[in-house]
Design a protein around this ligand. Structure first.
Ligand code: SAM
Length: 249
C-alpha cells in the first residue's frame, strides 16, 4: 500500500507536522544569543509546511533555505511565506536530508525540528557538521526520554518506532562526539504537542476520512496517529521532545 499521498493529505493543512511552538523558537534564539540584525544563512531541514522557516524569516535577518523531500509541503510553505510577506527571505529545496548539496562552511545555522529521526540523530548531526561555518549553530529537536526508567509498553512502542530514542544526556554526548559544544537544551512543554500539533490534527481526522472515502490506507493512518496521541496522553511524564543547540567547534 502507498501511504504517502494520504500522509501528505492529512498533514499538508497543519501549521506543524510535529511538536513545536513559536515561543520555543524564540527561546532558542535567546539561548543562542542570536542577533536579529546579523545577516545569516540558514537551512531548515525537514521543514514540512514551514512553521520554523516562517518564524525565523519574521524574526531574523536571515536567508532561509527550506528543505524537504515532499514538494507539496514546500508548495504550501511558499504560499504561506507569500501570505506572511516573507517570500523573499525563503527559498525551497526539494531534497533528501542525506544528500544535501551545501558546501563546506556555507551555513550559519542548521535548524531541524522533529525531522532528523528520518535518517537518525547521529547520522544527521555528523553528516551536516561540515556544512556549518566554524562557530555555526545546530538546532535540532528529537524525541527524548525524560526519565531513567519507563513502562515496558512505552519503551517497546517508541523503540519500535525509533530505535535511537534516548535520554538528553546521551544525545548531548553524541553532539560532543561529533564536534559540537552544547549551548543549550530544553524539553518542549506539553502545549507544543497538544495545542500546536495533536489537537489540530485530531480536528482534521473526520474531513480527511470523508475526503478519502474511508479507504483502508486512510483508516490505517488515522488509527496509527490516534495510537501515538493516546500514548502521549498516557505516558507524557516519561518522554518529550528535546531541543538541542550545539555550536560547531
Ligand atoms: C515530523 S515532520 C516535521 C516538519 C516540520 N519541521 C515541523 O516541525 O512542523 C518531518 C518532516 O521531514 C520530512 N522528511 C522525511 N524524510 C525526509 C528526508 N529523507 N529528507 C528530507 N525531509 C524529509 C517530511 O516530509 C516532514 O515534512
Amino acid at each position: 500500500m502507498d501511504y504517502l499521498p494520504f500522509l501528505i493529505d492529512l498533514h499538508r493543512q497543519g501549521l506543524r507536522q510535529g511538536p513545536g511552538g513559536d515561543d520555543q523558537s524564540q527561546l532558542v534564539i535567546e539561548l543562542a544569543c542570536l542577533h536579529r540584525s546579523k545577516p545569516l544563512k540558514v537551512a531548515d531541514i525537514g521543514c514540512g509546511t514551514g512553521a520554523g522557516s516562517l518564524y525565523l524569516a519574521k524574526t531574523l535577518n536571515a536567508q532561509i533555505i527550506a528543505v524537504d523531500v515532499i514538494k507539496d509541503f514546500l508548495d504550501e510553505l511558499t504560499h504561506r511565506a507569500r501570505q506572511a510577506g516573507v517570500e523573499e527571505k525563503i527559498s525551497t529545496l526539494t531534497c533528501g536530508m542525506d544528500e544535501l548539496p551545501f558546501t563546506d562552511d556555507e551555513l550559519d545555522i542548521i535548524w531541524s525540528e522533529g525531522s532528523i529521526y528520518n535518517i537518525g540523530f547521529e547520522k544527521g548531526i555528523s553528516q551536516w557538521q561540515r556544512f556549518l561555518k566554524s562557530g555555526g549553530l545546530l538546532v535540532v529537536s528529537e524525541i527524548t526520554w525524560t526519565t531513567e526508567f519507563r513502562p515496558t509498553e512505552l519503551q517497546d512502542y517508541w523503540t519500535a518506532q525509533y530505535p535511537e530514542i534516548d535520554t538528553a544526556s546521551a544525545k548531548i554526548k553524541v553532539l560532543e562526539k561529533h564536534g559540537y559544544s552544547p549551548l543549550g537544551h530544553f524539553i518542549l512543554p506539553e502545549s507544543c504537542w497538544l495545542k500546536e500539533y495533536y489537537e489540530p490534527m485530531e480536528d482534521r481526522f473526520e474531513d480527511f476520512l470523508l475526503r478519502n472515502e474511508h479507504t483502508q490506507e486512510a483508516m490505517i493512518i488515522v488509527d496509527a496517529e490516534r495510537k501515538e496521541i493516546e500514548m502521549y496522553r498516557q505516558f507524557k511524564e516519561y518522554y518529550g521532545y528535546g531541543v538541542y543547540i550545539g555550536k560547531k567547534r
